[in-house]
Design a protein around this ligand. Structure first.
Ligand SMILES: Cc1cc2nc3c(=O)[nH]c(=O)nc-3n(C[C@H](O)[C@H](O)[C@H](O)COP(=O)(O)OP(=O)(O)OC[C@H]3O[C@@H](n4cnc5c(N)ncnc54)[C@H](O)[C@@H]3O)c2cc1C
Length: 426
């Protein structure tokens, strides 16, 4: 039995998690699992301490920040983020202005933060490693699900073995193995449906183009829309520490690329056509631009490999359009829910049930499509850890009692913890 690091339980059975993919979801899952006492190794082909030239800014909504604050990351996150106070809608001039209600945010218990992807990833990695999470920088060549000891084979030739492999290697970039393995096992087609749009992601350090001071003070997310084109931008702090704007510009798609690539300034300018001159100007102030061909990709029909303990979560399980406000929130909540479920682990024979519970709880959530108003109420106030607790009280404890009754019937000594299971009685 291992002791808890920070969670509220002291009797958790510590098991070994291998997390395939150390982006935002993988690192969040690492923190959530480590804080309830599990041993965690995260494997990624890129170091979370090195900035990538594929990033821009991330909008972290309140249901994400609420979890991170609870896990002790508030100060660190605030040091690298701009707090958002709402959205400005513009075509040629401003046509709409939305502000976050402070009272709602207070009730929800989180903020909306605007933050550079690489800085956010680094903050999560620092926190995770300080808690004892092991980071391995290597490319995963293949995954081998197993009912007892699943493993990952790495490009370096090493094979890592654990009790559970978490597939968090996404879908946006080529080379992920976990989503692919689960889809192949269930003969599900990973069909890519081009949506006729491409996205240019860039970060511009350009105080004179937009009114930076005002933008930073108000923390507004700007949205532009026009014929065939659209854009969204917000203030953030660049990797260099300078004030910057994260930009997402959508334009009609040109043929040729299937995966994101770093593109030239001229290519981006051409695609933006005669869009708002400020957007065009900001392109010229960007040190790198990533073009992402937008395509619809199917969610996994099953998140768990039929041959054993490989569970996919995050973007690889339920892809969302790049740049969506909801994608990071969904990933944080997947991680939080899993951590809370595994805070109840006391025996190895519970592992499969808890993995299935993660899919049961989270799949229902990520496939729900609330309208705008419901989104604020249902999505941002959603607490993934509470939902995991509800599952445990309603279903987990019932299964526990049935298992213990069976063990008792076989003449084995059983103990039922006092006070457990008073709620959710069938
Ligand atoms: C480089 C990069 C930059 C991004 N920039 C932004 C941004 O600026 N704004 C934004 O909103 N969202 C950004 N995203 C997307 C954002 O991270 C996701 O939307 C999300 O919310 C987190 O999803 P995820 O962790 O499940 O998957 P992803 O973020 O897609 O991460 C998957 C991870 O798995 C790793 N991986 C994949 N295959 C292998 C393999 N074979 N071996 C080892 N490692 C592997 C990748 O290196 C990556 O770190 C970015 C993602 C990446 C990978």
């Amino acid at each position: 039995m291992g002791a808890c690091v920070q969670g509220d339980k002291t009797d958790v059975l510590s098991i070994d998690f291998l997390i395939a993919g150390g982006s935002l979801c993988g690192l969040s899952a690492a923190i959530a699992l480590r804080r309830v006492g599990h041993n965690v190794t995260v494997i990624d082909r890129t170091s979370p301490y090195e900035p990538t030239n594929h990033d821009s800014g991330v909008r972290l909504p309140p249901n994400s920040t609420k979890m991170y604050y609870r896990w002790g990351l508030k100060e660190r996150l605030h040091a690298v983020s701009v707090k958002s106070h709402g959205t400005l809608f513009a075509s040629c001039s401003i046509v709409g202005n939305h502000a976050w209600e402070e009272s709602i945010l207070e009730e929800i218990g989180g903020d909306t933060l605007l933050v550079n992807y690489s800085r956010l990833r680094k903050v999560l990695a620092e926190h995770a490693t300080e808690m004892g999470v092991k980071l391995v920088i290597d490319t995963i060549v293949s995954v081998h699900p197993d009912r007892v000891k699943p493993s990952l084979k790495l490009e370096s030739g090493e094979t890592l073995t654990g009790d559970v492999v978490l597939g968090v290697d996404g879908y946006i970039f080529e080379g992920n193995v976990c989503r692919k393995a689960v889809m192949e096992a269930f003969e599900q087609e990973d069909e890519s449906t081009p949506l006729g749009t491409q996205l240019f992601k860039y970060a511009a350090v350009a105080p004179e183009v937009l009114n930076t001071e005002q933008a930073f003070e108000q923390g507004k997310v700007f949205t532009w829309y026009g014929s065939g084109h659209g854009a969204m931008g917000f203030p953030m702090i660049a990797v260099t520490g300078e004030d910057a704007f994260a930009l997402y510009a959508f334009a009609p798609r040109t043929e040729g690329h299937l995966w994101p690539y770093v593109c030239e300034i001229d290519e981006c300018l051409e695609a933006l056509g005669d869009s708002d001159p400020r957007l065009r100007q900001l392109v010229k102030h960007s040190s790198y631009i990533t073009c992402v061909p937008i395509a619809g990709r199917p969610s996994l029909e099953e998140w768990i490999h039929p041959d054993g303990r490989l569970l996919c979560i995050g973007e690889g399980a339920h892809p969302t359009p790049v740049g969506s406000l909801f994608s990071v929130a969904m990933c944080t909540c997947d991680a939080a829910c899993l951590g809370r479920l595994f805070s109840h682990l006391t025996r190895h024979d519970q592992i499969d049930t808890l993995l299935s519970a993660e899919q049961e709880i989270r799949e229902a959530r990520v496939s729900a499509e609330p309208g705008m108003m419901e989104a604020v109420e249902q999505l941002f106030s959603y607490d993934a850890e509470d939902e995991a607790d509800d599952w445990w009280v309603n279903w987990g404890l019932m299964q526990e009692r049935a298992t213990q009754w069976n063990l008792g019937g076989m003449g084995m000594a059983v103990t039922v913890e006092e006070g457990e299971g008073e709620e959710g009685e069938a």
